[in-house]
Design a protein around this ligand. Sequence first.
Ligand SMILES: *Cc1c(COP(=O)(O)O)cnc(C)c1O
Length: 413
Amino acid sequence: MRADDNLTVERPTFVTHLECSQTGEHYPADRVHNLSRAGKPLLVRYDLGGVRKALTKDALAARPPDFWRYRELLPVRQVKDIVSLGEAMTPLVRMPRLERELGGAEIVVKDEGRLPTGSFKARGLALAVSMAKALGIEHMAMPTNGNAGAALAAYASRAGIRTTIFCPDDTPEVNISEIALQGAAVYRVNGLIDDCGKIVGEGKAKVGWFDTSTLKEPYRIEGKKTMGLELAEQLSWDVPDVIFYPTGGGTGLIGMWKAFAELEAIGFIGSKRPRMVAVQAAGCAPMVKAYDDGVEHAPRWENAHTIASGIRVPQAVGDFLILRAVRESGGFAIAVSDDAIEAAVNEVARREGFLMCPEGGATYAAYKQSLVDGRVSRTERVVMFNCASGLKYPMPRIERRLDRSGPIDYAAL
Ligand SMILES: *Cc1c(COP(=O)(O)O)cnc(C)c1O
């Protein structure tokens, strides 16, 4: 095995077609697509019988540890189109002190902050940009709360594709800077992410930008799907009892749900599924409201606000797919306050030395809340997602100083 085998060795690919997630209508593979004619996300379909014959667990185990090892379950046909920045498999980190303190079962965090550009948006955008390269797309545009734009800018620059990116004007400063540094034209917009999305839609109609918005592009789900593939492989082809996922557009939750179905179809896992828990912020919780109301679609959440900017998504085009996965899995949707998020980030950092992003903190806050209200039991094995490096977010300023010219009271330090 060579370290770059996944990026240099051609492997058989199995995409047969794309399918409307609502109507089931088929669309040809290897063409440029956005939403289906029904205005819904397209899902990539594979010849899973073929994958089953071509791929074994042993063959997979012998490949280098990055997500391109799952090529047979990914849409990129030729290695020349793979755009990679070193997508390491992200570690599962146990939280033993928190486990003891909560008297619970195993708490495991999948730390997605280790990926290129510091967030799991790299998974989706690596795939979206690789497919854009394969399909000859020249100019990609995107509305973003920050991390997706950073990942798009990085991968697109590497592929030689132009990018234009729109952020709400209160997007964290670091995101705007990293997007610009990585070669995109970035604009602050006086609105929320869906207002930015409208601008992208108009630019698409007027000047032919490719719309890379969450779920309006079919391949970001395939990239996020690798979280589910990776997680199952890391657990020796098993799944946890419960997954806490911070849900904005829901790409990751929908992607993992798809991953588990595909893994069962190729005989790698059985029929057990984790209970999928969609975690949102109390200031922007359209999925929680729709879940509680028992409806399939979530109306726009007005005046959305939360410090967890990655999950500040007032309306999601894949709402019904999120809700379907949550309900089919026996999971639920839960909202946590910004105060609880902040307290969670502090607690995990102080107790475990693990700096979460606010969205990751939201999953821990939701876990604690679920233990209290009994929706999750102490015997269940839980995986939560820390989706970005905590270092990308504003941190409290520390004012404590030491004057080295005076006497130092060491015992008091
Ligand atoms: C985008 C993002 C999310 C939400 O992910 P989705 O799969 O789109 O729901 C959560 N946390 C962070 C840090 C993000 O950047």
